[in-house]
Design a protein around this ligand. Structure first.
Ligand code: PRP
Length: 213
């Protein structure tokens, strides 16, 4: 008998890197996700289905038990909190860094620093730890514009290649955290469906190890 399990996956780039790991663990969608408008997919593993949603919604579904397992970026876990979740695996995919960035040559003055970001909790915590007075301004995208338009002095954002920063006259300053995608598990489900979930955690863990050799 196999338990019914739902995996909530983050759509977009993370999904592209997640699917090969799941396939190596024996979980493949029964139809092509990329060419479908559906949001839920049965898989080659009986009783296991995939949900494809926004990363910010993954912890919510898993925390409430509407999904048993999730794949989500560490940035979202840091920003939104990880209460009610176990985080048993670093998948080693979608790796990037959470950084401060500012105009070339920018250095902090004596006054408060204005910081634009969509990661307000991460930014507030980081600057508090540094003993820096920061006015954190919430944006929902295109943070790189904020210094250029004098909305903020610097930004806090995800940096991968650095191309987006460079294209907008900014440079990386300080690293706040290494970011990658994580497997998260609902704590209650980990107890009630332990055998089935642990088997998937172990299989995906082996796939991650196989990918890194
Ligand atoms: C992230 C981030 C930067 C970009 C950095 O955006 O906000 O804009 O990637 O990547 P780079 O260093 O390789 O240029 P993403 O594409 O994830 O979309 P988002 O703006 O919706 O977060």
């Amino acid at each position: 008998m196999s338990a019914e399990l739902t995996l909530a996956l983050t759509k977009g780039r993370i999904l592209k890197e997640t699917l090969p790991l799941l396939a190596a663990a024996g979980i493949a969608p029964l139809e092509d996700i990329a060419s479908s408008r559906k949001l839920v997919f049965d898989t080659t593993m009986p009783g296991v289905r995939l949900m494809i949603i926004r990363g910010t919604d993954v912890p919510t579904y898993v925390r409430h038990g509407a999904a048993d397992i999730g794949v989500v970026g560490k940035d979202i876990l840091l920003e939104n909190g990880a209460e009610g979740l176990y985080e048993p695996l670093d998948l080693g995919i979608a790796c990037c860094q959470m950084m401060t960035a500012g105009p070339a040559g920018w250095s902090p003055g004596s006054s408060r620093v204005r910081v634009a970001t969509k990661f307000t909790r991460i930014a507030q915590q980081y600057f508090a730890e540094q003993g820096i007075h920061a006015d954190v301004i919430k944006l929902y995208g295109a943070m790189e514009l904020a210094p250029m338009m004098n909305l903020a002095d610097i930004i806090v954002d995800i940096v991968d290649t650095g191309n987006t920063l460079r294209a907008n006259g900014l440079q990386p300053l300080q690293k706040i955290a290494d970011i990658s995608s994580r497997l998260v598990v609902n704590k209650a489900a980990m107890r009630s469906k332990h055998e089935a979930i642990q088997a998937i955690v172990d299989a995906v863990g082996l796939a991650v190890e196989g990918q890194s050799v």
